[in-house]
Design a protein around this ligand. Structure first.
Ligand code: NAI
Ligand code: MG
Length: 369
């Protein structure tokens, strides 16, 4: 059995609390002989600042580069609001994304049957929903140059952001989407604004070429990003994999996520390029939520987003799709049993703690083995 190296970066606030529940799963998988994970732990964000006055140390960056996957909690909190900009907690996460070349951000929106009534949409619109948004993460308008604010001298200022995409950036994100679709419902919807943006014209052209050349057996549809947004809230089940740029992806993935419930439920993966020699890719898995300072230290955090992020690591870094399915099934079973953390419970019912939820999920997983 291959040994997989995991770097756990719990971070700040509820990060360490929810990471503890992933550690519980890992320890069991190891002791039951189901998998062999070698874990190391590092500091990131405010906790790294407190220890070393940095947002992540060089030593931990080296460990991150060496790991087969990084499991990341969350960073930040009011305690570090006044630290210098270069070492603010988020800088640690941005450095990891940048130095590891994590250009593909996968955000699933899955509706657990037990929570279908908690959605802002009607039950029939979300029941059974299982889609993934693939967002380009390292290019586009967030990084393009020029990026300036200029004083025009007449009481006016001019702000410029630039959307830049090169062919290779669109090709590699398109491949991630097509590969993903092949393992799912075999359908990709590409979203851009080719009617008003040159980058949208190129995006459309390149995705079409990659499709024709390499993935003709996958269904490809193109949609303008604004009407795509409408379709997402109208009938999200028409999609399987959506691929889009950094800016549209930021918005569409947040919209898609909210169709299915609480921030405490939402996982994500950020993937780098596949190394030609080792066939491995850098990857970081993290919940969508932040460090939730308002509930930190009280054992109230929902660990499901973190646990399902670990499930994504099993699926996308370690080719353990069956085990990932079981983790998902264990979460669904626990929710079906009525157990709820405070963020997803209905009024008048008793909330489970972070630990109770984590223990219950492990118990269900054990039953499935
Ligand atoms: P947040 O996601 O931390 O919290 C928003 C709301 O959702 C809070 O009421 C919180 O209690 C609740 N919540 C979040 N995760 C939860 C969970 N697992 N279980 C139950 N409830 C949960 O976002 P917020 O409050 O805007 O930011 C707090 C700090 O986190 C800030 O310092 C921010 O910069 C940082 N942050 C870090 C991120 C990261 O590490 N990737 C992402 C987003 C924010
Ligand atoms: Mg966002």
């Amino acid at each position: 059995m291959a040994t997989h190296k995991l770097l756990l970066l719990p971070g700040d606030g509820i990060g360490p609390e929810v990471m503890g529940e992933v550690k519980r799963l890992i320890d069991w998988l190891n002791s039951a002989g189901i998998a062999k994970f070698e874990t190391d732990t590092g500091l990131v964000g405010g906790s790294a600042y407190d220890a070393h006055k940095v947002s992540i140390s060089e030593g931990d960056m080296a460990k991150a580069k060496d790991a087969d996957a990084i499991i990341f909690g969350a960073v930040g909190g009011p305690k570090w609001d006044a630290v210098p900009y270069e070492v603010r907690p988020e800088a640690g996460l941005l450095r990891l994304r940048k130095d590891l070349g994590l250009f593909a951000n996968l955000r699933p929106a899955v509706c657990y049957p037990a929570l279908a009534d908690a959605s802002s949409l009607k039950r029939e619109a979300v029941e059974g929903l299982d889609i993934v948004i693939v967002r380009e993460l390292t290019g586009g308008v967030y990084f393009g140059e020029p990026k300036t604010i200029t004083d025009l001298g007449n009481g006016q200022k001019r702000a410029i952001d630039t959307q830049v995409y090169d062919t290779y950036e669109i090709e590699r994100i398109a491949r991630v989407a097509f590969e993903l679709a092949k393992k799912r419902k075999n359908k990709v919807t590409s979203m851009e604004k080719r009617n008003v943006m040159k980058s949208g014209v190129l995006w459309n052209e390149v995705v079409t070429q990659v499709h024709k050349r390499e993935y003709a057996d996958v269904t490809l549809e193109h949609q303008l990003a604004d009407s795509g947004g409408m379709m997402l809230v109208k009938w999200p089940k028409q999609f399987d994999v959506i691929v889009t740029d950094n800016l549209f992806g930021d918005m569409l993935s947040d919209i898609a996520a909210m169709l299915t419930g609480s921030l405490g439920m939402l996982p994500s993966a950020s993937l780098g390029e596949v190394d030609v020699k080792s066939k491995k890719r850098k990857a970081l898995y993290e919940p969508v939520h932040g460090s939730a300072p308002d509930i930190a230290g009280q054992g109230l955090a929902n660990p499901i987003a973190m646990i399902s992020s670990f499930g994504m690591a099993l699926r996308y870094s370690f080719d353990m799709g069956d085990l990932a399915d079981k983790v998902d099934a264990a979460i669904a079973a626990v929710l079906a049993s009525g157990l709820r953390t405070a963020d997803i419970k209905s009024e008048g019912t008793k909330a489970a703690s972070t630990t109770q939820m984590g223990e219950a999920i492990l118990k269900e997983l054990q039953k499935l083995h």
